[in-house]
Write a protein that binds this ligand. Structure first.
Ligand code: IPD
Ligand code: CA
Ligand code: CA
Length: 270
């Protein structure tokens, strides 16, 4: 409970840090390509989280998007997986619709998940086995909404250039409609609230999904890769998340060996 309560206070504190810092000037750089942005605020917020966690728990380890824990290659002990700003493009272009995401694991087992939308002051949180909450309010369990009555979230940039036989096209066509909000953590939060019924990603990093996957897991939503396997903590992966019905409906589209092989070559390039 100590780690969970500390995590909740810390993520709100980090949110206040972002809110103040974003009113001042900050630098925007690109990383792997001109559209992959990072700002001083991402880096400083990760440093803020890193320092505070280690001050309180010197023996814990931290993996962050902006460089912390690059040398961690086992899951022993307590590991915090941190995305200081999930939705950096939204942060830069919109000044909202981004979140801090944290997943905490003990010996590789989920311990707690936290997603904080600091501009709305919405804290999504769950301690493994204890249900999931939005601020003080318990969130409702997953309902078995089928694909044809569902809004689903997909990153459209990843779909561009795909052959039309891609299962993603079939899934999108079958759904009621498709949305893209630009923050995987917030899309998990919307799933937790029942605002969308599934999300699909070709390639996410552990800091994008661990917080949200723990929270939605508490509500009965299922999250795996496109092979139906449990998600890794130390590498990139495809991600399918939704209520058990829609999850298996979506997974049925990923049975063609050739398609799976192509996806693997393209998106599991670690
Ligand atoms: C991104 C967001 C986005 C997802 C991208 C991620 P970032 O994270 O989660 O929704 O589609 O794949 O990289 O870079 O804003 O932390
Ligand atoms: Ca992210
Ligand atoms: Ca990020």
């Amino acid at each position: 409970m100590e780690i969970y309560n500390f995590g909740k206070e810390l993520i709100v504190e980090a949110g206040k840090f972002i809110e103040t810092r974003m009113t001042q000037e900050f630098k925007v750089d690109s990383k792997s390509n001109p559209n992959d942005l990072v700002t001083d605020v991402d880096k400083e917020t990760e440093q803020f989280l890193y320092t505070k966690i280690l001050e309180r728990f010197p023996e814990h380890r931290i993996i962050g998007e902006e460089g912390h824990g690059e040398n961690i290659n086992d899951t022993k002990g307590v590991i915090w997986i941190v995305d200081p700003i999930d939705g950096t493009l939204n942060f830069v272009h919109q000044g909202e619709n981004f979140a801090i995401s944290i997943g905490v694991f003990i010996d590789g087992t989920p311990y707690c998940g936290l997603v904080y939308d600091c501009m709305k002051q919405d804290l999504y949180h769950a301690k493994y086995g204890n249900g999931a909450f939005l601020n003080e309010q318990a969130l409702a369990p997953a309902e078995d909404v089928p694909l044809n009555q569902s809004l689903i979230a997909i990153n459209p940039k990843r779909i561009l250039g795909e052959a039309t036989r891609s299962p993603f096209f079939e899934i999108m066509a079958k759904s009621r409609s498709v949305r893209s909000y630009g923050s995987a953590a917030l899309e998990f939060a919307m799933l937790a609230r029942g605002q969308i019924s599934a999300l699909l990603f070709f390639k996410l990093y552990p800091w994008d999904y661990t917080g949200g996957a723990i929270i939605t897991g508490e509500l009965g939503y299922k999250t795996t890769d496109i092979y139906g396997e449990e998600l890794p903590l130390l590498s990139t992966t495809s991600v399918i998340s939704g209520n058990p019905k829609i999850h298996s409906e979506i997974l049925e589209h990923f049975t063609d060996d050739k398609i799976l092989h192509d996806f693997h070559d393209k998106f599991h390039d670690l």
